[in-house]
Each structure stands twice: as C-alpha cells, then as structure tokens.
Design a protein around this ligand. Structure first.
Ligand SMILES: O=C(O)CCC(=O)C(=O)O
Ligand SMILES: [Fe+2]
Length: 181
C-alpha cells in the first residue's frame, strides 16, 4: 500500500504539472502546495447489496481535489456522466483512472472539467477500489490561471468548509457553482 501511495503520488504531481503546462503555466505550484501530508488515499469496499436498484455504493458526486487516481478491481460499478447520460466505466484492474477534481476545474477556468461520477452496487459480488486524492493544504489559494475568471479566488479550506456546510444543511454538495463570480 505504501509503495502504491508513493508511486501514485508522484504520478499525480507529474500529471498535474503536464496539464498545467498545456495551459501555458509551467509551475511548481502543485509540488509546492500538494504535500504528502495534505494528500490522501481512500480504500473503498462495496459489499453485495440485496436491492441494487435502490442503493448506491457511492452517491453521484464530483471530487473536491485537483485530481484523483483511481484503481478498481474487476467487478465494475463506476459510472460517469457523458453528454448528460450515465455511462459505465469498463473495469480494468491493469489500468488507472484519472479523474479531474473541482480545484483543477476552477484553476483551469473550466478548461478541465470535474466530472460527476457514482458507484452502483450489485447483488452478488463485493467490490474494492483505491483512490488517491491530490489535495493542497487548507491555506492554498485557488485562483484561475486565465482571465476573465469564472470563479472567485478561494482557499481550499474555505471550499471544504462550504462543501461540508452544504451537505449538512441541504443534504448534498453544491460545489463550484457557489464560487461563481
Ligand atoms: O469506487 C470507485 O470506483 C469510485 C470512488 C470514488 O469516486 C471516490 O472515492 O471518490
Ligand atoms: Fe469520487
């Protein structure tokens, strides 16, 4: 697990820098702000479910980070929104899935999109996945690299607090629309 974390953490930083460079921003922003202490791994276990049509493994959401590296087993269940429809991601344990998170969408001024995804359950088989979240420290300011900026400048801490407050008060995350200028 430690080996996996070390490998995906350097992969995540490399990918973030490449994506930033594609927008004309060669920087050490991600290396400087996304330290091992602020990034994390989540191990997901989805038990078989007797009523899969009524119970999600994971509710529809976007990730609140810069980017996520996901490894899933052979079972399947991950779905994402494409052209307004839910489509299944074919399970491939030999592959990693790279998912853009909300912070990269804000930083790139909507060039990169944080895609809605969810996990559906199944009757018979248990499923496992491992997700690595590339996150900055709470003080890090997220500011669009392009003008005019769609979103106002915010700190990651402020973003997290708003997400938690919305989930508590409204039952679901609002996310980036809260920060539109
Ligand atoms: O289990 C999966 O395939 C997705 C996990 C996920 O979206 C998450 O942990 O945020
Ligand atoms: Fe996710």
């Amino acid at each position: 697990m430690e080996q996996f974390a070390t490998t995906v953490s350097s992969l995540a930083l490399n990918l973030a820098e490449i994506l930033a460079e594609k927008l004309g921003h060669k920087s050490t922003f991600f290396q400087a702000n996304c330290l091992p202490s602020t990034c994390y791994l989540r191990l997901n276990r989805y038990p078989p479910c007797p009523i899969p049509s009524e119970v999600f493994g994971l509710m529809p959401h976007t990730d609140s980070d810069f980017l996520t590296i996901l490894h899933q087993d052979q079972v399947g269940g991950l779905q994402l929104v494409k052209d307004g429809r839910w489509i299944a991601v074919k399970p491939n344990p030999a592959a990693l899935i790279i998912n853009i998170g909300d912070l990269f969408q804000a930083w790139s001024n909507n060039v990169y999109k944080s895609v809605q995804h969810r996990v559906v359950t199944n009757l018979a088989v248990e499923r496992f996945s491992t997700a690595y979240f590339l996150c900055p420290s709470y003080e890090t300011m997220i500011q669009s690299c392009r003008e005019p900026s769609v979103y106002r400048k915010f700190s990651f801490g402020e973003y997290r607090r708003q997400v938690q407050e919305d989930v508590k008060m409204l039952g679901s995350k609002i996310g980036l629309p809260r920060f539109v200028v």
